[in-house]
Design a protein around this ligand. Structure first.
Ligand SMILES: Cc1ncc(COP(=O)(O)O)c(C=O)c1O
Length: 390
């Protein structure tokens, strides 16, 4: 039976090498800030995952490892069950994390100096992996409309593809930080433009298991032609809170693309994976269903709580309509604070460590991203602290 279903429990994560809890001072924050920034959860993972890892650790031998077909079958069954996607064994390439895979894709499918397109505001490593590999970032910024949702300006999207001779597009679906779950129609418009202009796509679907409105569409699965231009990034790490174990399952159907991608991994000397990640993934996808469903309900209730709290108690703050991910995007621009004032108030008066909107691109100034995958009491405390500074 699943044992870790008490999501109200406050875990002490201090002194656990936690990036979220133990590095405030090093990162220039007051030591006592309440952290709701980086995307990991304050919940213990499934007890089945703990058991599987305990079993492995008890052996006391930590040699090199690889997986058999059964690993692929487990990943395949999860994708089929949750996302109606049938993948083949040869399509699977495992990597130590999704950001690593993004970097490998940039290196495999573009040349130094080429333009790679993103949609700001977006998860900041998207632009980092482009710049750090000597490529150029071009953004077709998302547009926030009256309905409190972000939209794609398809005219601008196509114009930027053409003007910059873009070779690769990094799609974030669901989109962190604006919480959109792209519709099939939107994805088809993206896909058709990419096909028309010979642009390859990396579809980062790490948040696919957190969809609260609408339905997650695997981009590569919408049309046969998309499958042949796409690298799909998946991982149990967000879903089961395994980010520290560095495991992701990258799906590439096209043999030429797969070869180029694998070649970059070889060049980086990163052929093997952390055994704990492989073991955790197997346990998560075979035995973690109850934990996942319950955790998702809890997070959904946190999102609803945040929405109501913002409406009732945070004048000038708007919560962007939330469709997916456990990262909520708050618009503070009507509070009257400048971006810099807001930052100072959040950190030094509210003593909160959130993710500043500006790190996701210039168009994120005046926004804050708040991670609501935490006990309700932690969330309540954070929202109360925001209320106090307004
Ligand atoms: C869109 C997106 N991609 C990738 C990652 C991180 O992936 P990994 O830890 O596997 O590198 C995150 C984490 O927040 C994310 O939001």
């Amino acid at each position: 039976m699943e044992k870790n279903l008490d999501f109200d429990k406050i875990e002490n994560r201090r002194n656990t090498k936690s990036l979220k809890y133990d590095f405030a001072k090093k990162k220039g924050m007051p030591e006592d800030v309440l952290p709701l920034w980086v995307a990991d959860m304050d919940f213990q993972t499934s007890s089945y995952i703990k058991e599987a890892l305990n079993h492995y650790i008890q052996k006391g031998i930590f040699g090199y490892s690889e997986v058999q077909t059964s690993y692929f079958e487990i990943v395949r069954d999860w994708m089929k069950r949750h996302h109606e996607w049938n993948i083949e064994e040869k399509w699977l390439v495992k990597t130590p994390g999704v950001v690593f895979a993004l970097a490998m894709a940039v290196r495999a499918f573009t040349n130094p100096g080429d333009h790679v397109m993103i949609q700001s505001p977006v998860y900041y490593p998207f632009s980092e992996v482009i710049k750090n590999n000597g490529r150029q970032v071009v953004s077709s910024d998302l547009v926030l409309k009256e309905d409190h949702r972000y939209h794609i300006d398809f005219k601008d999207f196509e114009k930027k593809l053409i003007e910059n001779d873009v070779k690769l597009f990094l799609l974030c679906n669901p989109h962190n930080p604006v919480a959109r779950v792209w519709t099939k129609q939107e994805l088809e418009m993206i896909g058709d433009l990419c096909l028309k202009h010979s642009v390859m796509v990396v579809s980062d679907e790490i948040h696919a298991d957190f969809v609260f409105k609408g339905k997650h569409q695997v981009f590569a699965n919408i049309k046969e032609a998309y499958k042949n231009i796409t690298v799909t990034c998946t991982s149990p790490s967000k879903t089961f809170n395994l980010a520290g174990l560095q495991i992701s399952n990258i799906i590439i159907a096209d043999p030429k693309m797969r070869r180029a991608f694998r070649k970059e991994i070889q060049a980086a000397g990163a052929g093997l994976l952390n055994t704990c990640g492989l073991i955790a993934c197997e346990a998560a996808y075979t035995k973690g269903e109850v934990w996942y469903e319950e955790m998702k309900k809890y997070v959904e209730a946190n999102i609803q709580y945040t929405k109501e709290y913002v409406q009732k108690n945070l004048p000038g703050v708007t919560m962007i309509d939330h469709e997916g991910t456990y990262l909520v995007w708050l618009d503070f621009r009507k509070t009257g604070f400048s971006h810099e004032e807001l930052e100072k108030k959040i950190i030094y008066e509210a003593r909160l460590w959130l993710d500043s909107g500006a790190i996701f691109g210039n168009c994120g100034r005046g926004f804050q991203r708040i991670n609501v995958a935490c006990p309700r009491a932690t969330l309540k405390e954070a929202l109360k602290r925001i209320q106090m500074i307004l």
